[in-house]
Each structure stands twice: as C-alpha cells, then as structure tokens.
Design a protein. Sequence first.
Length: 351
Amino acid sequence: MRRWEKNIRKVVPYVPGEQPKEVNIIKLNTNENPYPPSPQVMAAINELDAQLLRAYPDPKVEKLVSAIADYFNLRNEQVFVGVGSDDVLAMAFMTFFNSDKAILFPDITYSFYDVWADLFDIPYQKIPLNEAFEIIKEDYLIDNGGIIFPNPNAPTGIAMPLDEVEAIIKNNRDVIVIVDEAYIDFGAQTALSLIEKYDNLVVVQTFSKSRSMAGIRIGYALGNPLLIKYLNDIKYSYNSYTMNYPAIELGVRAIADEDYFRATIAKVMEVREWTKQELIKLGFVFGNSQANFIFAKHGECAAQDIYEALRKERIYVRYFAKARINNYLRITIGTRAEMEVLIERLGKIVR
C-alpha cells in the first residue's frame, strides 16, 4: 500500500443494475417504468427557457416543493426535494443517523443502505426477514439508533400492512424511522397519513418508478417541518444546487397530470398480475409483489442458469449472487408485449 492510501476512505460500492448499450433488447433489470412520462412532461421540454440554463437553479426548489406539497395536502415546510430518492436517502443518513447505537434495516433489502452506513461510519444491524421474506415488526422493537426499510421491500416486492408499519414507528419514538416508498404507488398503502401523528417519521418517495422519470432524478422526503429543516441544513452545507432547472420544471408538469399517472400505474399492475399467473404455470414461485417487479425462483432450474439463458436471448433481468436470494430473479414489469416474449422464452428455458 502506498503511504497516502492509508488516508483514503474506502468502501465497497453499490452495484447498480446493468445498462446494456445494445438495441432491440428487452430490459427488465432496473425497475424502470416501460411507459413514457406524461405528455405534459414532453411538452414542457420544448418550453424550457434557454436563458435560465445559464443561471443557477433555485436552491430552495420552491416551485417543485409547492407542487408536491399541494398534491399531498401538506405545507411546503414538510417537503424536501433531492436528485432522486438516492440523494434524499443519503442526506437522511447523514442527517438523522448519528447515534453510537446501530441503525436497523432488513438483511434482504435495498443494497445501498449498508453502503451509506459504511460510507458515513454509521453502525448498523441487519434484521433477518422471515422465511417468507417478510419484515417482522417485533424484530424492530429493540434498542437502536434509527430504522429504515422499504415498503414494499426491494428486491422482494412484499408490502407491510400500514398497522405494522405504524407499530414500528410508535415503538421507536426516540429515533428517526424512514419508510422508503419508492414502489408505493403499485399497490401498497403509504405511511403518509402518519406524518402528522409521529414527529419521528420520514417518508421518502420518487418520480423514477411510477412517474417514468428515472432519467430526470427527482426524489422527495415528507415529514414534520423540523426534520425537513434539518435535511435542508445538511443539503445547504453540502451542495446548495442539487436540483437543476429542467428537473424542477418537468417535475411540476409530471405531478400535475394525475390522469396519466393513474392510467400508467394501472397498466403496470394489470401486466404484473397477468405475469404472475403465467410464471406460476411455468413452475415459478414468489411472494405477492406489490411493486413493479416480481422476485421469483423456479422449482427446478437454477436462477443463474435462467439469467444467463435470457441474456443470450437479449432479455435482461436482475440476478443477485447473495446469501438467501441467490436462486431468485428480480423481473421488472415491462409492457404486455415484452412480458409475453419473456414468458415464451422462459417456457423454452425451463421446460
């Protein structure tokens, strides 16, 4: 080791899903929405003011914050906006998880959590899911420095009932509880109704999945004004201009088009339920996903073999070579036509 290396922070980085460069593929590996953003978003692109591209954007992101607050019937001071929910969550880790006690999150969950914890020197404890890959609320009723979990969970897609989510929050009033709701719009029940009741709750959502805007990078946190103030204090101390002008304008248009939003998530959910039935016919087993993906294993064929066979067919799904889940595939829900091709190819692979 070079002498200067001893002073370099080293972490094992998060590994994002593959972004293949080929054309004419079926890409079901990164939980992107298969449908385009709202037509209002596309129209707004041509209306962007070129003069404003030369200027710094509003550091308070007031236009988008107001739009989100109005949508959820909240006050502006209850909304924090960042560059995708990853940015929001990283800020939340820095802001809220500063105890000497370990924070808690599931052992099978979004794999950025332990990366952030290592990066920011936050002690943590992974709480095992049960054999059905469910979060057990009683397991989180122990001494801790904070709690974070997705609902629905990723990569399993399994959602917790709201009363169980509330039980975790209610019994951990002396720490911050973050509910990561990246996939909430696909059938689960949000914890937003609890933020007025519990001042230790932060709910994080994103435009990436249900609003088809992963390429624009918009995420947001909702909570009581004091928690949002603390988040903004960290943001202004780290990077005041996290959200760019086009993202602000397009985000406002996206959240205004409720009809398109509802129609799009309805299509994703309809295709998801159809895909579940077809996978069962092929011998796959999985939990009841309430997200825009299915986390499945086959009764006889190894997941890695299926994954590699699908790649040869130019179909990309996600495979995790990790303990407990190394025989599962996470399959993003595409269009009906894409899923029909997937099912047809799977039928040949697992026969």
